[in-house]
Every structure is written in structure tokens, then in C-alpha cells.
Ligand binder design. Structure first.
Ligand code: ATP
Length: 237
């Protein structure tokens, strides 16, 4: 569960982007974080990943208060969170396969497991045929799917996606949303930040939260969400 209590964020020499913001997200929820450009969506995702320090308030993730989290525990927190960055942050000269394998290598998974898992996920995102190509040879939509594959490779409990359909055509956007729905079905909490008001229409059961004036506003009552189908064990293999 993600809990935000009176959260405030002010950048050095900047205005207060988020102020006195409260939010609670249960494990397994699918949340669209809406708001116009500059509203603070990326900032909020960065706070959740501890990429930016809080100015005010508390964020508690699965009982761990980020303010009190020792620096040495931050990598473990980040391993539980898969982040799809707005600019992908892929290794352009490395292959698609290498980019997706990296998070698994970092945590020391056996190579046979990595091979099996990466191929499964690349098939899932429809990129198995491009596994050996350097990422920079892929289209924007394909790179977006590599970024999603990398974010979910390690079965994170939480997946954060920053404008995952920015610059994609309608068909590619729908495909990307199908991936997130599947990831959600497999048990992850998914937070998609977007200013594209059409996206929530692709997943009507989702929860919509708007950032406005630095605060969170619920757009609609939280409906019953499809319950997570995640069984115990590896959800991919
Ligand atoms: N590192 C920074 N230093 C100073 N100000 C920043 C920094 N990062 C973001 N901001 C400011 O914080 C505000 C919110 O930015 P943020 O990127 O969180 O918005 P956003 O809702 O994600 O926008 P977009 O949809 O365009 O990505 C903006 O006014 C931005 O200029």
C-alpha cells in the first residue's frame, strides 16, 4: 500500500509543486494520475521512487516511511518498483535483450532463468523478433515497449509509468494500455501518469486521481477493480 500524508514538494529556487497532498493507494489498484503539463505528475512519481526528497509530510510504502528509510535501503525499495520513464532511459547501443535482462542480472538471477524470463516478456510485449537489435534502431513505440518490459522484468509490486503513450499513435497507445492491464492482472499496483484524457477510457474500472493546485483530487468514486489474478510463485513462467 502507498500512503501519502500531507505531502509537499518544493524544488530549490522553485515554487511549491505539491502541497498538503493526501492519497492512499491499495496494493493491486490501477490508478491514472491525471493533470496538465507541469501539474506535478513526474514529481510525484519521483517522490515515490525516492529520486527526489520530500519537502513536507510523509510517504509510506508497504509500511516503510521514506523519510526514515536509511540510504542503504533505497536500492531494495527501488527493486520493488518498476519505472517506465518519459524518456525511456534505455541503453541505446545495447540490445533489446540486454536492456530487459539488466534488472534481473543486477539482483543475481541465474542466467538460465534470465534467458527464459526475458524471452517470455519480449514475446509478451511483441518484440521477440527484435531481441538482438540495438535499442536505438527501434521506433519510439517499440522503445516504449522495451521500457515497459524492463520495468516489469523483476516482477515489481508497483509499476510507475510516466506518459507511457506520449508520442504514440492510437493503435500503439491501446497496445501499451493492454500491457499495463495485463501487468495489473498479474498482481501489480500500476500508476500511469498522463495528461491524455482519453487513456482512462481504455480501462474504465481504473481509479482516476487528478493533481490540481498541488493537491490530489479523486475524479470518480473508486469502483471495484478486477481482482488480482496473481498466484504465488513466478507470475510469468
Ligand atoms: N528539477 C527541477 N527543478 C526545479 N523545478 C522543477 C524540477 N523538475 C520539475 N520542476 C517544476 O515542477 C513543476 C512540475 O513538473 P513535473 O515534471 O512534475 O510536471 P508534470 O505534471 O509531470 O508535467 P508533464 O506532463 O509536462 O511531464 C514544473 O513547474 C516544473 O518546471
Amino acid at each position: 500500500m502507498i500512503q501519502c500524508f500531507n505531502v509537499g514538494k518544493r524544488y530549490v529556487r522553485g515554487h511549491e509543486v505539491i502541497r498538503d497532498a493526501n492519497l492512499q493507494i491499495q496494493q493491486g489498484q490501477f490508478v491514472f494520475l491525471m493533470g496538465p503539463s507541469g501539474a506535478g505528475k513526474t514529481t510525484f512519481l519521483k517522490l515515490l521512487l525516492a529520486l527526489e526528497p520530500l519537502s513536507e509530510g510523509q510517504i509510506v510504502i508497504d509500511g516503510r516511511n521514506l523519510r526514515r528509510l536509511p540510504r542503504r535501503d533505497i536500492p531494495a525499495l527501488r527493486r520493488q518498483v518498476g519505472m517506465v520513464f518519459q524518456d525511456f532511459k534505455l541503453l541505446g547501443s545495447a540490445s533489446v535483450l540486454k536492456n530487459v535482462a539488466l534488472p534481473l542480472e543486477v539482483v543475481g538471477r541465474p542466467s538460465a532463468y534470465i534467458q527464459k524470463k526475458v524471452h517470455y516478456i519480449l514475446r509478451f510485449v511483441g518484440l521477440e523478433a527484435k531481441a538482438s537489435l540495438p535499442c536505438r534502431q527501434l521506433s519510439g513505440g517499440e522503445q516504449q515497449r522495451v521500457a515497459i518490459a524492463r520495468a516489469v522484468a523483476n516482477d515489481p509490486k508497483i509499476v510507475l509509468a510516466d506518459e507511457p503513450t506520449g508520442n504514440l499513435d492510437e493503435c500503439s497507445s491501446e497496445r501499451v494500455m493492454e500491457l499495463f492491464k495485463e501487468i495489473h492482472f498479474r498482481g501489480a499496483t500500476v500508476i500511469v501518469a498522463t495528461h491524455d484524457a482519453r487513456l482512462p477510457g481504455l480501462f474504465p474500472e481504473s481509479r482516476k486521481v487528478r493533481i490540481e493546485g498541488g493537491r490530489f483530487h479523486e475524479d470518480a468514486p473508486i469502483g471495484r477493480q478486477p481482482c488480482s489474478g496473481r498466484p504465488t510463485g513466478d507470475p510469468w513462467l
